[in-house]
Write a protein that binds this ligand. Structure first.
Ligand SMILES: [Fe+2]
Length: 381
């Protein structure tokens, strides 16, 4: 074990058998030697133009140790057997350390119930500016990332305009329902969405192995009563469960269940299944990133050992109770012109029953591409 000092800012190194401990900014961080060789940013090891690795990880000796290690001018300098030199800035190491990642969030969010959302007075984007100003799209995406919902107003009540507004944000994900879908209550598909019935809160396409990332709705016409849209922040409810019962939360995050969509009609034949837990968390920081909640599409539960089934139902009920609290329900009337974007990995949607003709159009977006657009604007996603 050696300890070396640093001239400019306090930084110490402790060399262990398979790793070193860097104490920088008052926090010890562990870096494995193979990791340090693997992440070398020298031109021979990493292409900074393409941001791709050149070094062959499979060729690194798993017992590798640097011959020489020092800290100079805010940099860690390692000389490897054979003479290759790796230089890391200490700030880069701190940023990319496990210890830092464990403490930070991948995506900052504001969790909400109805009052929190209303009091935040989140502005809607306006069609004209949204279509012409990238800065407006950036503001819209920032709200979308924080709250999981965002609105564009004054959109012409057509499928084409809805498609155009959507494409300002990202690529449209084509599914069995089409690219842009447009429906009325005509029971044209084997799904209760195509009726006048109320729909309880749910996430869509839970029967996909990767549920659709974003749901877009635009009500083009409604001649009748009812039909308000219900929005509920699933993460707000799930975090209440985590506070009340970590065991229940853990069970919902650990036990995979199946969702299923079966459609057999003259024109459509589908049989899809998606398998995963109700709650998905990043394992290193326990941050919630996906909720699957659809009581309509949940399939036969046969993936839970019998001694856990009762406990799973108790945990699921606790989540349902939170999701159904009236104070957590945000009711919105989607009049023609108002387009809503919903994070389908977080925010549930539903609707009250309605009368009369109601024409709705919309589409799904791929989550990867929406987040990519956001990161392009410098937003944390
Ligand atoms: Fe839905």
């Amino acid at each position: 074990m050696q300890i070396r000092g640093c001239a400019s800012r306090p930084a110490t190194l402790q060399l262990l058998e398979d790793s070193l401990v860097l104490n920088y900014g008052g926090k010890p961080m562990h870096f494995n030697y193979v990791w340090l060789r693997d992440h070398c940013r020298s031109a021979a090891s990493y292409n900074s133009q393409t941001h791709q690795r050149n070094v062959d990880t499979g060729g690194i000796d798993l017992t590798i140790r640097p011959d020489n290690t020092s800290v100079q001018d805010e940099h860690l300098i390692l000389t490897w057997p054979g003479g290759h030199v790796t230089k890391y800035s200490l700030s880069w190491l701190a940023e990319n350390s496990y210890e830092r990642q464990k403490q930070s969030r991948v995506q900052p969010r504001v969790l909400w119930n109805s009052d929190i959302y209303k009091n935040a007075n989140v502005p809607s984007a306006k069609w004209d500016l949204f279509m012409s100003s990238d800065d407006e799209v950036k503001k819209f995406l920032q709200n979308y990332l924080l709250y999981g919902i965002a609105f564009v107003d004054e959109v012409p009540a057509t499928v084409e305009a809805t498609e155009a507004v959507t494409q300002r944000v990202s690529l449209i994900r084509e599914t069995t329902y089409g690219r842009m879908w447009c429906f009325t209550s005509d029971f044209s598909r084997g799904d209760s969405a195509y009726s006048q019935l109320a729909l309880d809160r749910h996430t869509d396409t839970s029967y996909f192995q990767e549920p659709c990332g974003i749901q877009v709705f635009h009500c083009l016409k409604h001649e009748g009563t009812g039909g308000r849209t219900l929005l509920v922040d699933g993460f707000y409810a799930a975090e209440k469960v985590r506070q009340q019962s970590p065991e229940n939360f853990d069970l919902l995050a650990r036990v995979p269940i199946r969702h299923e969509y079966i459609e057999k009609s003259d024109t459509h034949r589908n049989h899809m299944t998606g398998i995963g837990p109700v709650l998905d968390l990043y394992p290193w920081n326990k941050e919630l990133y996906l909720i699957r909640y659809n009581n309509y599409d949940r399939s036969v539960i046969n993936t839970i050992p019998h001694e856990l089934v009762q406990r799973w139902y108790v945990a699921h009920r606790m989540l349902t109770t939170e999701l159904r609290r009236p104070e957590n329900e945000l009711w919105v009337k989607l009049n023609p012109g108002k387009v809503v974007f919903i994070d389908n990995w977080r925010v549930m949607h539903g609707r009250e029953s309605f009368t009369g003709l109601r024409q709705l159009c919309g589409c799904y977006l791929t989550r990867d591409d929406v987040l990519s657009t956001a990161r392009g604007f410098g937003l944390q996603a």
